[in-house]
Every structure is written in structure tokens, then in C-alpha cells.
Design a binder for this molecule. Sequence first.
Ligand code: G6P
Length: 608
Amino acid sequence: MCGIIGYVGDREVIPLLIQGLKRMEYRGYDSAGVGLFGPDGFLLRKDKGKVADLESALSTVRIETHAGIGHTRWATHGVPNAINAHPHMDDKGFIILAHNGIIENYEALREELTRSGHRFVSDTDTETVAHLIEEVYEGDLLVAVQRALRLVRGTYGLVIMCSQAPDQIVAARLGSPLIIGHGKGENFVASDLAAFVEFTRDVTYMEDGEVALITKDKIVHKTLADQFVPKKVEKISFDIEQIEKGGFPHFMLKEINEQPRTIADAMRGRLLVEEGTVRFGGMSERETEFAGAKRAIFVACGTSWHAALVGEYLFEELAGLPVEVEYASEFRYRSPILDDHTVVFAISQSGETADTLAAIREAKSRGATVFGVCNVVGSSIPRETHAGVFLHAGPEIGVASTKAFTSQIAVLSMLALSLGRRRRISAAEGRRLIEELRAIPRKVASILNGVDEIQTIAQQYRDHRNFLYLGRGVNFPVALEGALKLKEISYIHAEGYPAAEMKHGPIALIDDAMPVVFIAIRDGTYEKILSNIAEVRARRGRVIAVATEGDRDIAGRVDHVIYVPETHPMLSPLLTVVPLQLLAYHIAVLRGCNVDMPRNLAKSVTVE
Ligand code: G6P
């Protein structure tokens, strides 16, 4: 969601904030702003648009100062414009702050503050907090923040400055991530490591209910109730190249192309080839609960929810474990029935998705064991779950998730295999699956090497207004994911359906202007898929098939074929999704869309 940065130290503050904002721009990008203390009090520069626009607006500004805060916004309250952009300031010019999250009781607070004479200028919930802190301030910013936040309901990651002490920043967290970077004679705070990773790798993670006082030489962690919180400084391993485009025109294309490596990284050190099974260090503490589970619930959002659906097929097929897949946002408000033998898996790339976090808390409060399948080390989900598995896919910057999806499927395949080996799969079958898994990176690389057909198809269909994606079995979720990728980045309307379900509605839409993408690999559902293809062709629909290499027969039945290598049918999503990612990417580029920052979306959704 929004990106937040704060810096205290002797470097030139404006370029540092701009650089940090650029690194976080994938989180939210409808407006950007910075705030710092200058000779005439606080200077705020903010507007709708990208960080590059802000950078140009600031190119002539030179200020001697030692602290500042910045923000990239994803609007929740109030349209994107200069007034609603962050940082916000109270009407006396005393407090400035940048915020990620939602202040739920802002209307009541605003009314009360207006009655006591405060004048508001923006439509945001955030501005209220600046006025409120000013209202309760009695000489100490940290104390004022603690006092004010006790009156606030909602979620926040906040960085706050006060004109009385312009060389300090106070940060506060409830439900929105904040990480503090410890430098030498300088300190950083941000919603994302990427914002300051080139300056320091020593970090402390703020937890919910905590505040921190940050000056250039010291960092004090406390609770809202003013208890000191002892913290361990952790060293993070992170390469700067991981957050740069490395010669690709977009992060999304770079990340699609990283998949041979990221899938291999998800497996690295985990496969026990001889025994035909898999071992996860991160699951060991709750091994008994995992091994003894009678039922599992997978909670996730977006692309991770699609990976969870693939996981459902894998767990049921390989381990015989009944699985229910839930949207985290629905699960959290239901009365889920959980018992000692139900385990919950929370699947999330970012580890910060608000609904998934809330679902974890709900499941824990009902006594369930909760496992995380997560990419971002140090994020909230791995810290709140009982045990879990990291994807090790490296930072994913493109808003449309690609490499995280395949890594999630690789991890879920391994989890299903490891459980299956204890229940129903022989060592020989386990070894066969492991061999297939190990061959996947090479097969993905071969798909990436032959993209000409995909570019031709993209050229031909770039102006179509609707697409239908159909698949069966474990490739039904891939159809959903293919459709999601296309709509996210090209703004073409696309639907995914189980192929057989087409007859119960979507078939009404089919005419010669409707491209239908079929996942038609040679598995147990192949013959049925061919019938569905015939039904579409009979209605003059245009068919694009993702088929198994060597299947010459299908070429005569469809308009276009994209071939993927053969693999174990249960692992096929790791291959079939790749051409669909590329198709969406090329169509979006041809349509002139900003693929890395599609309109209205955000990489990590930290509000409900
Ligand atoms: C946002 C992103 C999606 C992502 C979803 C879930 O909507 O734009 O790409 O799939 O959140 O995010 P998570 O980090 O929990 O996987």
C-alpha cells in the first residue's frame, strides 16, 4: 500500500527521501510528497502523480536540514490531489506526518477537533492525527503521540515530526509495517526495507502497539503505554540488484524471467532425493500438528488465493488431506469451524496483507495451528504464524505477482509431497515427483526462450475487449490467474472459469470477437477440454491453447498453440502459467500500459 520513509542524519535529505520513495513506489503511486523542517518552518512538497514528478518539482530546492519524511500514496479517503497527498500538517504548522492505514474514527475526532478550533484542509482521515497530536502536545513529541494514538481506532504506520524538535522522528505502528534501519550517525525508518537497504542492513522491526523515537544517534522503542521494548538488531541479507531492473524494461518481465532460478531456490536444500521426500526447517516446531492434520484451511488473497487453489488439488491428490480454500477477507468475518486437527495455512507474498493477517489472528484465537507460506522475511505474517516456509523468491516489485505465484506452488507441492509420503505415497513415487520438480526450472527456461508465438498472439488480440480463460482440474486456478494477470495490467476484461462451467453461462458471450484461452495439456481431462474447444469454435470463438509439447493434433483444432514441456500433471501449473504471464505482459506493453504500476492497484494491501 502506501510507502513511508523517514530519515535523520547528515546526508542531503531531499535526494535521500526521493531515492527511498522511488524504491517503494510499487507500493502506491497516485501521489507523492516529502516534508522537512527549513528556515521558515515545515516545508511540504506534495502532489498527485509519480515520484519522478515530485523529484522535478524539488530539483531547485536546497535546504540545510537533518531530518525529513516522505510518502507515496494509494488513496483510501479523498481523491489523489495535492491537498490529500501526504505528509499532512496541523493548521498551526506544528506537526507533520505521513501515514499508511485507515483511521476508522476520524470523523468523530475531526468533529471534536473542529469544535476546539482546528481547521482542516484535506478530505483524508490522516490529517486528523496531525491535529490530534498537536492538541495533546505538552512539550514531548513521543508522549503526545502515545497520548493521541490511544484515542485513535484503526490501523497505522506513522512517521511524525514536530517543529519543536526538528531533528527527531517518532514512528508508530498498528497493523502497517515499519522497519527501522540503524546506521552510523544516521537512522532510517520505512515501510519497506528497499527504501534504505543501500545504507544499512542492520534493522529492528516494529511490532503493533509500539512507538519509536528516532534521532541520528539513538533509537528508543516503547509501547503506547510507555514501557521500554528491548529489541534485537537483525542483519538482513539483501542484494541491491534484486530491486533493480537488471536490463529488463520492466520489473514484471524481469521477475517472469527469474522463475527458473526462483523455483530452484524454493527447493534448495529441502529435497531429500534418496528418501523421495522433502524437509522444511521452518515447520519442525509444529511437525506433529502438520503430520496429524485431518483437515486444512488455506487463507489468502489475490494471486496467492489462486496458488492456494492449486495447493488444494495438490494436497488432496498427493496427501489425501481435505482442504478448503478461503478468501482471507471472508474467513475473518465468518464463524469458521476449527478443531485440534485442523491446520490453517496463510499464503502471502508480502506477508503484510491486512485481511490475511486478520484471518491468522481469527484462526489462532480459535485455537488452530497456523502455518505461513510467505516471501518477505521479517514481515508480519511469518512473525505471527506458529511455523512456516519461506519462498526465497527475492523481492517482487512488479505489482502483478508472477514469480511469487510459481514459488508458492513449488512450496505447496513440496508440502503436499512431504505429507503424502507419510500417508499414501511410496518412496519410489516420491522420488519420481522430486525428479519432476527438479526438472521444472529447466522446463520454465525453455518456455521463456520461445516467446515468438506469444508476441504474435499479443499483437493480434491487443485490442480485444474481453477474454475468457478456461482450464480443468489443477489448471482451473491457472485459468483464473491468467485472467487476473490480463485484467490487472492491460485493463482488458477477462474471466477465468472451469472449462465445463462455460456451458452454464459464459458461452452466451462467445462470438468471433471473443478470444478464449484454454489450458489444454495432455492430462486426464484432455479429451473433455477438446470437446469444450469444439463448443467454442462452433460459435466462431477464437481459441488460444496452451498445450503439451509434441501435441500436433491440437494445432488443427485451435487458432494458436503455445507449447509447454510435459511434466507430472499435478506440477503442470508451474509451466502452464508462464505463457499466460507473458501474454498479459506483452498485451499490456502493446497497449501502452504501465505494467509495473497498473492503475488503482497496490503491491501490498495493508488496509481492509
Ligand atoms: C495485492 C497484489 C496482488 C497480490 C495480493 C495478495 O492485491 O496486487 O498481486 O496477489 O495483494 O498479496 P499477498 O502479498 O498477500 O500475496
